[in-house]
Ligand binder design. Structure first.
Ligand code: MD3
Ligand code: FE
Length: 205
C-alpha cells in the first residue's frame, strides 16, 4: 500500500484520489480568505508558484527572509483555519508511514501553473524537525527531484500525480528537493494547475 522512496520517505500512491474533489472545495474556501499570491524570495525575486496557507501558522517569504507567521501579511488577518477533514487526512497518512503523533499546525498550499517550478531547497524553517511533512499532490502531474543532505548530492526523479501522498520524515526530513517546471496540460478537477498541500508542524509545542 505504500512504497519506500528512501529511509524516512514513503509514497502513498493515489491515497487522496477518492477525496480530491472535496479537498479542492476546501482549498477554494481557504483561498477565498487568503488569496494565492507570488511571494518574494529574500533575494528579491517573485516565486513562480502561487501560495496560500491555512492553519495557526503560515509560511511567508519576503526580502527579510523566510518564516512562519500567525498573520497573513497580505490581509493582516489570521490565516484561515485548517479544515478538519484535511488535517485528519494528513494525520492518518503520517501514522500509516510510521509517524503516529503528527500534529500539523500549518498547511502551505502551492499552486503551479504550467512553467512554474520550485528550485532546489531544504525545508528547515520548522523548529521541530522530528515531525514529518505530509505532501498531497492534486491536478496536473509533476516531476519531483529528491536529493540528499548536501545541495550537490545526486537527485532521484519521482513522478507525482493527482492523488499521490508523500510522507517525509526522519532521516529524509532535511534532504534537498525541487519541482521541475510543470508541463502544459488540462486536468478535469483543477484545469491548468497543479496544487500541492504540505502539512507541517511549524511550532515547537
Ligand atoms: C522532501 N513543495 O512546499 S512537496 C515545499 O510539490 C515543497 O509543492 C513541493 O517542497 C511541491 O516546500 C514538494 C514534497 C516535499 C515536501 C517537503 C520535503 C518533499 C520533501 C521535506 C524534506 C524532503
Ligand atoms: Fe520543500
Amino acid at each position: 500500500r505504500s512504497e519506500v522512496l528512501a529511509e524516512g520517505a514513503r509514497v502513498l500512491r493515489g491515497r487522496a484520489h477518492a477525496r480530491a474533489a472535496e479537498f479542492l472545495e476546501l482549498i477554494d474556501g481557504v483561498s477565498a480568505q487568503a488569496p494565492f499570491r507570488n511571494m518574494t524570495t529574500p533575494g528579491g525575486y517573485p516565486m513562480s508558484v502561487d501560495m496560500s496557507c491555512c492553519g495557526r501558522l503560515g509560511w511567508v517569504s519576503d526580502e527579510r527572509g523566510y518564516r512562519y507567521s500567525v498573520t497573513d501579511p497580505q490581509t493582516g488577518r489570521a490565516w484561515p483555519a485548517m479544515p478538519e477533514l484535511l488535517r485528519g487526512f494528513a494525520i492518518a497518512c503520517a501514522a500509516e508511514a510510521g509517524f503516529p503523533d503528527f500534529s500539523p499546525d500549518a498547511c502551505l498550499i502551492n499552486r503551479y501553473r504550467p512553467g512554474a517550478k520550485l528550485s532546489l531547497h531544504q525545508d528547515r524553517d520548522e523548529p521541530d524537525l522530528s515531525a514529518p511533512i505530509v505532501s498531497v499532490s492534486l491536478g496536473l502531474p509533476a516531476t519531483f527531484l529528491f536529493g540528499g543532505l548536501r545541495r550537490s548530492d545526486p537527485q532521484q526523479r519521482v513522478g507525482l500525480v493527482h492523488g499521490d501522498v508523500v510522507v517525509w520524515g526522519g532521516p529524509a526530513r532535511l534532504r534537498f528537493h525541487a519541482v521541475l517546471p510543470v508541463r502544459e496540460g488540462e486536468h478535469p478537477l483543477t484545469g491548468r494547475y497543479r496544487i500541492n498541500l504540505t502539512f507541517r508542524k511549524a511550532s515547537r509545542t
